[in-house]
Write a protein that binds this ligand. Structure first.
Ligand code: 6JX
Length: 373
C-alpha cells in the first residue's frame, strides 16, 4: 500500500502542523474539509471554495450512488471532472448516511441493504461495493473504509460487537482497495466511549495498515466533554506519522480543542448548513443575522477575513437579504462561514509553527466563552 507522504513541519504539545501530499495537490494541516455532498459545496462555486483556502473537499458516497448514480459519474469523467473541483477529494463510505437517511435498512455481516430515501430503490452497500464506488467510479483521492458508526449510549458489549464488525469491514475494504499509487484509504476507529475498545480498535487498524486514521463514533450526542475525553485516550494510540481525521466535527471550539489533542483533519456541514439559516460564525460563536439588532448595523461580518462575503457587505444588507428570502442570503453567509473556518485553521497552523498554540488556544477560549455568556 503506497501512502501519501505526510510531512509534519512543527509540533506544539500534541498539536501538529504539516502537509499531506496527494497527486492532486497538498493538504495543509490542521485542515477543515468543506462538505460537498451532492458534488457541490452548497451555494458556492468551486472557485470560491478554493479561494477561501480549502485544499480538499468531501463527497458523499450515499448521496451520489443514489443520484446521479456512481456509474453515471464515472461515464461523465469522475467526480473531479463532473464537479470541476481540481484539488484532492475525500469521499465517505456511505455507512453513516445510510444510518441517518435511509429507511428500511437491514444490516448483516455482508453489508447494509437499504432503500433509497429518494425513490425507494433497493441498494446493497458492502465494503467491496463502497470501495468500487469511491475509488473506481467517483475517483476519490482518499477513500474511507466501510464502517458502522456505533450509536452513543450503547453498552460496552454492543460497542465491542460494532467495533469488531468495523474492523472486519475495514479488512475487506482494504482487500478490495488493493495497492494504488495515487489514491489512499483511511481506516476508522470505533469503540464508542470505552477506552479499552478505542485502544483495541486503533491497534487492530494499525495491524491492517491504512494511509490515515479517522476517529468515528463521535459528534453523535456524547457532548463536548466526553468527546474530548475520548480524544484524550484515543489519539495517543494512533501512528504519529499518519494523518488523524475527526469525522463530522464541528464547532470552532471543537476544532481548537481537537487540534490541541493531535487531530489533523475535520469535516462538518455546520458552516454551509447554518449559513443557509442565517448563522454567521466567529471566534465569539454564532450570530443570527435575522435578529432585529442587525437591521441597521452597517459593519461587515469580519473585515480581517480576505473574503468578499466577510469584508464587503454590511450586516444590515445581509439581514435584509434573509428577511426578504433572497437567494443571495444563503450564498453570502455560506461563503463567509467557509472562509471563517479556513481562517481559523490557517491561524492554528501559524500558531503551531510559531510554538504559540497554547496562547492561541487560551485566547480563543476566552473569546468563545465571552461570546456564549
Ligand atoms: C466522511 C466521513 C467518512 O464517513 C464514514 O464513511 N463513516 C463514518 N462517518 C461518520 C460521520 C459522522 N458525522 C458525525 N457527526 C456529525 N459523526 C460521525 C461519525 C462517523 C463515523 O463513525 N463513521
Amino acid at each position: 500500500m503506497t501512502t501519501f507522504p505526510y510531512e509534519i513541519h512543527a509540533t506544539d504539545g500534541a498539536a501538529r502542523t504539516g502537509v499531506l501530499k496527494t497527486s492532486r495537490g497538498d493538504i495543509r494541516t490542521p485542515a477543515f474539509m468543506p462538505v460537498g455532498t451532492a458534488a457541490t459545496v452548497k451555494a458556492l462555486y468551486m472557485d470560491q471554495v478554493r479561494e477561501t483556502g480549502a485544499d480538499i473537499i468531501l463527497g458523499n458516497t450515499y448521496h451520489l450512488m443514489l443520484r446521479p448514480g456512481a456509474e453515471r459519474v464515472k461515464r461523465l469523467g469522475g467526480l473531479h471532472k463532473f464537479s470541476t473541483w481540481k484539488g484532492p477529494m475525500l469521499t465517505d463510505s456511505g455507512g453513516f448516511q445510510v444510518w441517518s437517511l435511509s429507511k428500511l435498512r437491514k444490516m448483516t455481516e455482508e453489508g447494509v441493504k437499504f432503500r433509497s430515501h429518494i425513490d425507494g430503490s433497493e441498494h446493497n452497500l458492502t465494503p467491496e461495493r463502497s470501495i468500487e464506488i469511491q475509488a473506481d467510479l467517483l475517483g476519490a483521492d482518499i477513500s474511507m473504509q466501510l464502517d458502522e458508526c456505533t450509536p452513543f449510549g450503547c453498552s460496552e458489549a454492543e460497542a465491542r460487537t460494532s467495533m469488531e464488525l468495523s474492523i472486519r469491514w475495514g479488512q475487506r475494504s482494504k482487500a478490495a482497495f488493493g495497492t494504488r499509487d495515487s489514491q489512499a484509504l483511511f481506516g476508522i476507529v470505533q469503540g464508542s466511549v470505552f477506552e479499552n475498545l478505542r485502544r483495541e480498535s486503533a491497534e487492530r487498524l494499525i495491524e491492517t495498515g491504512y494511509d490515515g486514521y479517522a476517529i468515528g463514533g463521535l459528534a453523535v450526542g456524547e457532548g463536548f466533554e466526553k468527546m474530548c475525553d475520548v480524544l484524550d485516550f484515543t489519539t495517543p494510540h494512533l501512528p504519529s506519522e499518519r494523518p488523524r481525521y475527526l469525522m463530522g466535527v464541528g464547532k470552532p471550539i471543537d476544532l481548537v480543542e481537537a487540534v490541541a489533542r493531535g487531530v489533523d483533519m475535520f469535516d462538518c456541514v455546520l458552516p454551509t448548513r447554518s449559513g443557509r439559516h442565517g448563522q454567521a460564525w466567529s471566534d465569539h460563536g454564532p450570530i443570527n443575522i435575522k435578529r432585529a439588532e442587525f437591521a441597521e448595523d452597517d459593519s461587515p461580518l469580519n473585515p480581517e477575513i480576505d473574503c468578499p462575503a466577510s469584508r464587503d457587505y454590511s450586516k444590515a444588507y445581509l439581514h435584509h437579504l434573509f428577511r426578504s428570502g433572497e437567494y443571495l442570503s444563503a450564498m453570502l453567509l455560506s461563503w463567509h462561514n467557509i472562509a471563517y473556518f479556513q481562517h481559523l485553521t490557517a491561524r492554528m497552523r501559524a500558531a503551531i509553527a510559531a510554538g504559540e498554540f497554547e496562547a492561541f488556544r487560551r485566547e480563543f477560549r476566552g473569546k468563545w466563552e465571552q461570546g456564549q455568556a
